[in-house]
Design a protein around this ligand. Structure first.
Ligand SMILES: [Zn+2]
Length: 157
């Protein structure tokens, strides 16, 4: 059995390649270029462990976890967990980009803004391990936003 491995800052995710392929196929058929490329990478690989470094796969990893697929290793707990043991946290940043309140959003939100000044995506989702560590978090808003870090405000661009 082949395993697809995806690593984040705090976690390592393991999925059966058959689950990953089935899921990527759906998105590939929707003409998502990244999905087609990953599909090609995974299906053409003969190694037992396939490491995926694509940021795009983070979104698909969220879908797979939501569907109860795979296992995750929390680097902080040094424990493996099943998807059912994780806590989903929705990253709702307000009804519209103009109502975003950065101060209320805590660590995950700030971290994203710390890394990138521009964010694509209408909200986001993350998963916490049973001890509250952030395993994966993806912004899935449907617009492109310019984040002005210093002035703590969000503008569409
Ligand atoms: Zn943990």
């Amino acid at each position: 059995m082949q395993t697809v491995v995806f690593e984040t800052d705090n976690a390592i995710f393991y999925f059966e390649s058959s689950d990953a392929i089935r899921h990527l196929k759906y998105h590939s058929e929707q003409k998502v270029r990244e999905a087609s490329e990953l599909l090609e990478t995974i299906s053409s690989s003969s190694s037992e462990v396939i490491n995926i470094e694509s940021n795009y796969f983070g979104f698909r990893a969220l879908d797979l976890i939501r569907a109860g697929k795979g296992r995750v290793y929390c680097k902080i707990c040094k424990e493996r967990y099943d998807p059912g043991q994780l806590t989903p946290v929705s990253l709702g940043f307000g009804k519209s980009p103009f109502e975003v309140n950065l101060k209320q959003k805590g660590g995950i939100f700030k971290r994203f803004f710390g890394r990138k000044k521009r964010i694509c995506g209408s909200g986001g989702q993350c998963y916490l391990c049973p001890n509250g560590h952030e395993l994966i978090g993806m912004i899935t808003w449907t617009g492109l936003f310019q984040i002005l870090k210093q002035r703590k405000e969000v503008r569409t661009c």
